[in-house]
Design a protein around this ligand. Structure first.
Ligand SMILES: Nc1ncnc2c1ncn2[C@@H]1O[C@H](COP(=O)(O)OP(=O)(O)OP(=O)(O)O)[C@@H](O)[C@H]1O
Ligand SMILES: [Mg+2]
Length: 197
């Protein structure tokens, strides 16, 4: 069983894509957000940021046991998806793919979801700064960090791209993190203040 970590700012499509991958290859999916809620691994609710604070220590302990259980069934792939999937211990990581999304499109996706302005702003800023990529950069992992720009890509196209990466049907160098740079794009367009006022 090989483990794929899918990360990315909320709204980049992690859950949608991870579930769709299951239509094509033998893969199990663990959504860390759902797991934390269903197993009550929540420390508290942050009302100001409208988000649950997860008890990482408990979640990691639970996750390791779950991974070991899945290993017994030996599916071809296990996908662990969440915007905080960098908490997965490095010995359980075979592939890392970060989904990225242009700030304007991400803004629209989160708005459609009914997120409040402050929450949209916080998430879009996080995407501009590339936080999800940076978290993995700090981890001592043996596999390259890959990223896919989902802005203009269909769910089917992204799904097939990931399957090609997993089955080594494409040159993964084309997906090495570092090409997506919203900060530079907005700076060039003189639009940084739109998101960081
Ligand atoms: N490639 C895409 N093109 C257009 N819309 C997309 C794409 N991927 C996802 N979406 C849409 O964006 C929304 C967010 O997708 P999804 O819930 O999968 O994101 P997520 O990364 O799992 O977010 P969260 O971290 O909050 O769980 C959904 O309405 C989904 O249909
Ligand atoms: Mg999700």
């Amino acid at each position: 069983m090989q483990i794929l970590i899918v990360s990315g700012t909320p709204g980049t499509g992690k859950t949608t894509i991870s579930n769709n991958i299951q239509n094509y290859i033998e893969a199990k999916v663990i959504s860390l957000n759902e797991l934390a809620i269903s197993e009550n691994l929540i420390e508290k609710y942050d009302t100001k940021r409208e988000t649950s604070i997860i008890d990482n220590k408990k979640l990691i302990g639970f996750l390791i046991k779950l991974i070991e259980e899945y290993k017994k069934g030996d599916p071809e792939f296990l996908i662990i998806e969440s915007h905080f999937s960098d908490i997965v211990p490095e010995q359980y990581i075979d592939f890392v793919i970060i989904l990225r999304c242009d700030p304007d499109e991400l803004y629209n996706r989160l708005k459609r979801r009914g997120y409040k302005t402050e929450k949209i702003r916080e998430n879009v800023q996080s995407e501009i700064l590339g936080n999800c990529v940076n978290y993995f950069m700090k981890k001592p992992i043996n596999t390259p960090i890959l990223e896919i720009d989902t802005t203009m890509a269909s769910i089917e196209f992204i799904t097939k791209t990931i399957i090609n990466i997993l089955t080594k049907s494409v040159d993964i160098k084309d997906f090495y993190a570092g090409k997506v740079d919203w900060l530079e794009k907005l700076f060039q367009e003189d639009r940084l203040q739109v998101f960081f006022d």
